[in-house]
Structures are given as C-alpha cells and as structure tokens.
Design a protein around this ligand. Structure first.
Ligand code: GLU
Length: 481
C-alpha cells in the first residue's frame, strides 16, 4: 500500500516548533513509502497572511523538510490551498444536505445559549443536540423566502464513534459529547471540520498525523468521511509540547517559532534532530540521528503518548554537538552571516583570513552560531567596546594595572608574534609578579577582547596582531593608571 500523508498548517502564525515536529513525523513516516503532501488551511482569510504563509514554506525548507506534492510543488489535485477550493466545500455540504446527513439550522444564538446554560446547570453535556432543527418543509419555505442559515451536520444519538489511534490506542467519543456542528456558515464559507475532511478525502490521505489538540475534532471528521461515502484515514495524534514548568509550550517559555531558532544560530540539522527525539527515540540511549537515519528507523507505533517537554538547554547542548561536527570551512561559511550581522558590514579579505584562523577556537565551545559574532567582534571592530560587567569584575582588582602594563612592556620586546611566544612571555611575566594565571590573564583578556568571555587568549593576541594588541594594552594601562 502506498501511504499519503499531509501537513496542513494554517498561515495564521509562524511555523511553530510543534508544527515542525508534526511535519517531520509526517515526512519520516511517508519516506520511501508514499507521498508527503503540503496543503494550506487558509480559509480564515481574516487571520491568514502572506508573511506567515511564506514563513511556513521557508522554515520547512530550512529544516530540510521537502514535500512531494502540494503548495508550489503541484500535483494531481489542482490547488492545495483551501481558499481556492471554497466551491468544492459548498458542493459537498449541499450533497450532505440532499442525502439527509446535514441540514440548514435556523436555531438562534439565544436558543443555543439557553440550551447550553440549561445543560450545564443540569450537569448534562452542553454539546448541541439538534433539538431546534425545523422540519424539512419549514426549512424549504424559509430558504425559498430568501433566508440564509448555516448548515449543521446531523449527528445521530445515541451513538458513538471509535477509532484506533496509532499513538493513543483505542479512542471513543459518545455522541452525547459531539454537537450538531456547523460545516458551512450562512455566507457559505466552510468550517475547518468540513474543509479539512473534504481535502483529506479528495486527496486520498491514508494517515492523518497531527497534534493532540485536534483529537476532539476527529469524531466529527470520521462522521463526515462516512457520510461522504469514503474510506476513513488512520489517525495518529502526537502528544502536546510542554515548557519546562509543565504547562503547554507558549511564548512565555521563550521562542516557539522555528525562524527564531534560525536567527538565534541553531543549525537546522540540530533542531530537526531535537524535534525528532521529543516524542520518539531512535534506540536505547541514542539521541543523535541524521534525517536519513531517522527515516530508516522511524515507526509511528513507537511515538510516545505522554506530553513532551521542549527544553532549550538540551537543544543548545545538541546544537553544540552538531557545531563541533562541522568541517572547519563549513563552520566559517555557516557562521559568516552571524559575524557580519553582528558587525553591520561585510568582512574584507584580510579579515576573512583572520576569521578562518580564529574560527576553530570558537567552534570548539560555541553552543549557537549567534555567539560567534560577539566573540569575534574584538578582531574586526576598529576599537574595543568593553563589556561593563567584565570591566567591573576584572579591572577593579588590584592586579589589573600591573598585569596590563607589564604585559604591554614585555610583549613589545617580543621578536616573534605567535601564540606560543606570547604564551611563554606572559607566563614568565606572571611568575615574575607572583600572579596566578586566573588573576593575571583576565585583565589582559578584557583589555584586548573587551570581555571576560573570549576565544583562547594567546591565539586571540596572535590573530589580532602586534600593533593592535599593544595599542589596546597601552590604552587600558593608561586608563587604569
Ligand atoms: N490547520 C490545522 C492547524 O493548523 C491543522 C489541520 C489538521 O491537521 O487537520 O492547526
């Protein structure tokens, strides 16, 4: 059997990391077995924007999540944008009315409100049970008189809808909990339930893999599918993502958009790997897997049903591991935009050489590519800007003045300007003054690099060059003196 799965984001927000995980699992499940389809659930024109729609495609591509059919790629089903299929949804709604599965509902907002309140007060289900449905003649008379009304699906009660969810197992909904839901509004715009189900049926979707927030919609989609005379898809609902405090992941916890992680200097392969292991494990104690390894090993049956905690600290750790796996030239190529952004200009040829020389030392420690810019600023900026916290902590120490001016004098006499000679000279200077490396080298670091956090000091001095290094030390000696 050939599987057909879809990712169906609404362009009402940036691609969320949870959406990224859903897209990834769809892609992994379908790889080598069928088609991964990207459709746009853009019926909510008021909240959908071009910017969000573009961001979703851009973020998917950045993550390496390509799709086989759908938006921009095309395919046998015409448009994969719901906004371009509005007529089709109206047509299905009319067919469902003609077949007796749905009806024009003239229930007023007040009636529905009263019903809900009374049900709640009596401890009954507030799901609307269709009690205000008019008889067919009355409906026909009102429509003929030019009145408009939304179309509701007629849920039969008593009854229940059950399905075998690949992740959650057997799931069952009593129809007392399912309302006669609206499928077409009185302006003939479709609801999510109708548009989503019609697309899943028309596009031949075999497996619906989506977030658990949509679980309670599934009985409605199954009822609609059956009423359309189609074969239902198999469902798999992925667990919720939580923040570290155990509440639903939201902006309160930090970034939730994939593009924010991109700007913060995460590698797409690291983010993808982290999203994969949120609710699935590639094997005992294994966490680091490439996209192709994931696709080989992924099974929907192995997806966990418990909520997953999105932990940025862990993601940073993983990103660091991926950063260290990059080749030196690759690291330079990928971090260049962050360095240039930080600096506000492009690097020239000499600076590129200095960058390439320094890059491996930063690569060893960086957790994100965004750290590279500030760490190398000292190398490219015309003058150092001192980090106030570092200055306060280091330069106010009694040793600072001695260390900086002694370093300036001793380094000025150095015949060769390389990291090794610089280190030997500075260490003998420390011995001479009876200073520990920690106390004596930090002021030199802050004087030259502007911060107590910098790449290794001796190499930094070498790459900065004799002239600029001595100038900076002299400037600070003077300021302290
Ligand atoms: N468009 C829906 C959303 O963005 C998902 C629809 C679905 O997967 O059925 O939440």
């Amino acid at each position: 059997m050939t599987v057909r799965v879809r990712f169906a984001p609404s362009p009402t927000g940036y691609l969320h990391v949870g959406g990224g995980r859903t897209a990834l699992y769809n892609r992994l499940f379908s790889q080598g077995r069928g088609a991964f389809i990207l459709r746009s659930d853009d019926t909510d024109q008021a909240r959908s924007t071009r910017e969000f729609a573009d961001d979703i495609l851009e973020s998917m591509r950045w993550l390496g999540l390509t799709w086989d059919e759908g938006i921009e790629v095309g395919g046998p089903h015409g448009s994969y944008r719901q906004s371009e299929r509005i007529e089709r949804y109206g047509e299905v709604a009319d067919q469902l009315v003609a077949a007796g599965h749905a009806y024009h509902s003239f229930a007023t907002a007040e009636q529905l409100d009263e019903f809900r309140k009374a049900a709640q007060a009596a401890g009954r289900s507030p799901a609307y049970d269709g009690r205000f449905r008019l008889d067919d003649d009355e409906i026909a008379r009102r429509l003929a008189a030019g009145e408009t009304a939304p179309i509701r699906f007629a849920v039969n009660r008593p009854g229940e809808t059950s399905f075998d969810d690949i992740v959650r197992g057997e799931v069952s909904f009593d129809h007392a909990q399912v309302d006669d839901f609206v499928i077409l509004r009185s302006d003939r715009s479709p609801t999510y339930h109708l548009a989503s189900t019609v697309d899943d049926v028309d596009f031949g979707i075999t497996h619906v893999i989506r977030g658990e927030d949509l679980l309670s919609s599934t009985p409605k989609h199954l009822l609609l599918t059956k009423a359309m005379g189609a074969e239902p898809a198999v469902y798999a609902h992925l667990p919720l993502l939580l923040g570290p405090d155990g509440t639903k992941l939201s902006k309160r916890h930090g970034h939730t958009a994939v593009n924010a992680y991109r700007s913060a200097g995460f590698l797409p392969e690291a983010l993808l790997n982290y999203l994969a292991i949120l609710s699935w494990s590639p094997g005992e104690d294994e966490e680091l897997v490439s996209l192709s390894e994931m696709a080989e090993r992924f099974r929907l049956e192995d997806v966990s049903r418990s909520p997953a905690v999105f932990d940025v600290t862990k993601l940073e750790w993983m990103n660091g591991v991926y950063i260290r796996e990059l080749g030196a030239a690759e690291f330079v190529a990928r971090s260049l935009e962050f360095v240039e952004d930080d600096l506000g200009r492009d690097l020239d040829e000499d600076e590129m050489k200095a960058f390439a020389g320094m890059a491996p030392l930063v690569q060893e420690r960086a957790k994100t590519l965004a750290e590279v810019g500030p760490q190398l600023r000292f190398l490219f900026a015309a003058s150092v800007s001192y980090d106030p916290t570092s200055w306060e902590k280091v330069m106010m120490q009694p040793e600072a003045m001695t260390a900086v001016s002694a370093a300036c004098t001793r380094l000025a006499e150095l015949p060769a300007w390389d990291a090794e000679s610089i280190e030997t000279t500075l260490r003998s200077m420390l011995d001479e003054h009876g200073m520990s490396a920690r106390k004596g080298l930090q002021p030199i670091r802050v004087a030259v690099c502007g911060s107590a956090i910098s790449p290794p000091l001796f190499e930094s001095l070498e790459l900065l060059g004799r002239e600029r290094s001595l100038q900076r030390l002299a400037d600070v000696a003077q300021q302290l003196g």
